[in-house]
Structures are given as structure tokens and as C-alpha cells.
Ligand binder design. Structure first.
Ligand code: NAP
Length: 382
């Protein structure tokens, strides 16, 4: 029996993780669930999974849930909730969206946990600091992002010295066939229509700008200790090949499945074993086609931002992440056009001073300053 804590249990990844747990209830027990604001769903999840701890990150919503939980569940709120969900159980799944996930990543590693990591922003924004903590920790990160899970599986028992390149695949998002699209007039609805994945709103917008792939380049740099110039991106519209590794002898190994996040989630929860339940299994008896093409880097400038930020390192990835979070949030509120997301990130990159990140407070300071610069930039453009 593995005891699992889920930070972000009310989100797209969190909900799918609970489905995986339900499918395998003989092997998994939910020790803690945690979320920010969706108290109705948190209550409903508590009734079904009976965790020891229910962790509510936004303390101001406490009265929505206090007194309404099953007797066995202890309610914790605010910082205590973040600490509890990051330190309880054998495995912590970090399924929080955005920079807020960094503290869960750091606390789980400091507590020597097996960390199933969906929250890519913590590695992008705080990669150097996470690295420092990871070196001292007996904990381990198992990626949940489907691309990084694929690479993790392709690298199984291979030597790092044999690897030539990592190849991240991407569906290309809703605008991959962009020839007849007026980029200046893309609406929120257009950008939220992802062709192959159903995900939370922030990552769906990141997929439309290919910023999701950009963040994944930096995430892969830290997860697999490889320079960004050895990480390629290819557009693969079927979303069947989840990523690949090319070795120095010329061989390329790919991991394939029909698109479902349940498979990488189940892989991480069962690690180092594999799940006995199948998710996304391909039926090869039907004719099918796999296509690969280079991304359009002229339009999707995010990829260049990632290669630049990933090779300069230091605070630049933190700046990219914070500027993007502010811009995506403004786009989701229909305050800026889609193209302004790229302009905001470029502006913040061009107007920051490069500095080393030694501690969490350095990361927090860069994040906070960049949010101010990005917010002012957006206000001036309205
Ligand atoms: N969805 C996917 O298929 C997918 C695939 C690969 C990687 N990922 C990564 O997984 C992470 C989660 O994505 P998602 O799509 O599941 O997001 P989502 O559906 O928006 O869910 C986000 C979760 O984080 C919680 N949350 C939001 N803001 C928070 C804050 N400031 N502090 C603490 N908790 C907060 C939410 O709680 P409330 O809802 O209760 O407010 C919710 O439980 C992201 O980093 C994303 O890039 C997602």
C-alpha cells in the first residue's frame, strides 16, 4: 500500500490522479488532498477518498468547508496546508498550476519524498534552487508531464554518455495550421480549443503559444541535466509519440500511447513498478499515420525565448515564467490580445538584469519584480 498526497487535487491532473487511485484502490491510499479555492470539489473528494488530511491553501475560504468533512479528515489551512500536503505520505504529487507549486516541490524534496512532478513551473522558475535541494535529498523526482515521462521511460537504464538528443513532441496546439488565421484577432475561445488534450486553462493557453513546449525545454534541461541545445522540438499532431531520445549510435527510442494523462500519472504513482491497469493502449490493427514536422519559430517565438533563457540560465527562466503567467492571466481575462503574450515575455526578458539565484528568496524576488514589470507593460498597452 502506497500512501499518496495530492497537491492540486481539484485540477485537471489532480482529478485524473484520483481516478488512477480509484482504479487501483488495493495499492494506493490517499493520505492528503489539497487545493486552493474549489471547496465544493475538495469536500466531495474527501467524502470519497477519506484522506487523513484535507488541505485548503486559501485560508479565507475555511468556513465553506469547516464542519462539513467526514469525521476522520483533519482540516488544515494556509501555509500549514501547503506544508502538510508536501510532507505526508510516501509520494507527493505536485499538480498545482504555476509558480505557487515551487514551495511544494522544495518542501517535498527537503522531506526526502518521492515527488511526482506535474508542476513544470517550479523547475522553470526555480530550477537552480531545486537542484541544490535535490542534491542533499534522498527524495527523487519522477516526471508527470507526458513528454518528460516519455523521456524518463526511454532513458531507463541507458547511460547519459550515450544520449545524443532529447526530442520533445508537441501537438502544435490549436493554431498549428495557421495559414488562414488572423493572429491579431485570435479570441479566448479559439485559444482554448486544444485539438488533442483537455487540460486546465493556463496550460491550454500555453499550448496555443507553444510556451508550454518552451517551458518543457527548460524543464527537461533540469530533469535530465542536459544543455538546451541538445533538446529539439517537433510537431506531431496525432499526440501518439509523447517524446523520444536519440542516442549517439543513431537509434531513436520513442514512447507511444493514445493521449491520456492517466498513463504518465499512473507511471509516476507506481514507480519503480508499472501499473497493471492499461491507459491509452494503442490498437495497431487499425491503419494509422504518424507525422512529424518542425515548429514555426517565426510565429511561435516562445521556443526562441526558451533556448535563450535556458542557455543564459540564472534568473532568465524565472523571468520568462513570471512574465508568461501574468500575460496568460491577462489574456484569460480578455484584457490583452493573444500576440501581446509574446511581447510581454520579450519585454521582461529585455528589461531584466541577469543575476544568480542562490536561495528561494532570490527566486521570489525575481518573480515578484517581473510580475510588476509585466503588469505595467500590459497596463501601458491597454
Ligand atoms: N492538465 C494537463 O493535462 C497537464 C499535462 C501536463 C502537465 N500539466 C501541469 O500540471 C500542473 C497542473 O495543471 P492543471 O491543468 O491540472 O491545472 P488546473 O486544472 O488549473 O488545476 C490547478 C490546481 O492547482 C490549484 N491552484 C491554483 N492556483 C493555486 C495557488 N496559487 N496555490 C495553490 N494551489 C493552486 C487549483 O486549486 P483550485 O482549483 O481549488 O483553486 C487546482 O487544484 C501545471 O503545472 C501544468 O503545466 C498539466
Amino acid at each position: 500500500m502506497k500512501n499518496i498526497s495530492i497537491a492540486g487535487s481539484t485540477g485537471s491532473i489532480g482529478r485524473q490522479a484520483l481516478e488512477v487511485v480509484k482504479d487501483d484502490s488495493e495499492n494506493f491510499k490517499v493520505t492528503a488532498i489539497g487545493a486552493k479555492s474549489n471547496t465544493d470539489l475538495l469536500k466531495a473528494q474527501a467524502e470519497i477518498f477519506l484522506p487523513d488530511y484535507v488541505c485548503l491553501f486559501d485560508e479565507t475560504l475555511k468556513e465553506n468547508i469547516e464542519g462539513h468533512l467526514p469525521k476522520k479528515c483533519k482540516l488544515v489551512c494556509g501555509q500549514e496546508a501547503i506544508d502538510a500536503v508536501s510532507t505526508l505520505g510516501d509520494l507527493v504529487l505536485n499538480a498545482i498550476v504555476g509558480f505557487a507549486g515551487l514551495s511544494v516541490t522544495l518542501t517535498a524534496l527537503k522531506s526526502n519524498k518521492l515527488l511526482a512532478l506535474a508542476n513544470k513551473e517550479s523547475l522553470v522558475a526555480g530550477g537552480d534552487v531545486v537542484e541544490r535541494i535535490k542534491i542533499k535529498s534522498s527524495g527523487k523526482i519522477v516526471p508527470v508531464d507526458s513528454e518528460h515521462s516519455a523521456i524518463f521511460q526511454c532513458l531507463n537504464s541507458e547511460r547519459a554518455s550515450s544520449v545524443d538528443k532529447l526530442i520533445l513532441t508537441g501537438s502544435g496546439g490549436p493554431f498549428r495550421e495557421i495559414l488562414d488565421i488572423d493572429l491579431a484577432n485570435i479570441t479566448l475561445n479559439d485559444a482554448l480549443k486544444h485539438p488533442t488534450w483537455v487540460m486546465g486553462p493556463k496550460i491550454t493557453i500555453d499550448s496555443s503559444t507553444l510556451m508550454n513546449k518552451a517551458l518543457e525545454i527548460i524543464e527537461a534541461k533540469y530533469l535530465f541535466d542536459i544543455s538546451v541545445n541538445r533538446i529539439d522540438v517537433v510537431i506531431h499532431k496525432q499526440s501518439i509519440v509523447h517524446s523520444m531520445v536519440t542516442f549517439k549510435d543513431g537509434a531513436t527510442i520513442a514512447q507511444m500511447a493514445n493521449p491520456t494523462m492517466c498513463l504518465p500519472i499512473a507511471y509516476a504513482l507506481n514507480y519503480p513498478e508499472r501499473s497493471l491497469n492499461a491507459y491509452g493502449k494503442i490498437d495497431f490493427s487499425f491503419p494509422s499515420e504518424l507525422t512529424f514536422e518542425p515548429p514555426n519559430r517565426e510565429i511561435f517565438k516562445s521556443l526562441d525565448f526558451a533556448y535563450e533563457a535556458g542557455s543564459v540560465g540564472k534568473n532568465l527562466p524565472t523571468v520568462v515564467n513570471a512574465a508568461n503567467e501574468v500575460a496568460v492571466s491577462a489574456f484569460l481575462n480578455e484584457e490583452i490580445p493573444w500576440l501581446t503574450i509574446f511581447d510581454t515575455v520579450r519585454y521582461c526578458m529585455d528589461n531584466c538584469e541577469i543575476s544568480e539565484l542562490v536561495s528561494l528568496s532570490d527566486v521570489m524576488e525575481v518573480d515578484e519584480n517581473t510580475r510588476k514589470v509585466a503588469t505595467d507593460f500590459i497596463k501601458a498597452r491597454r
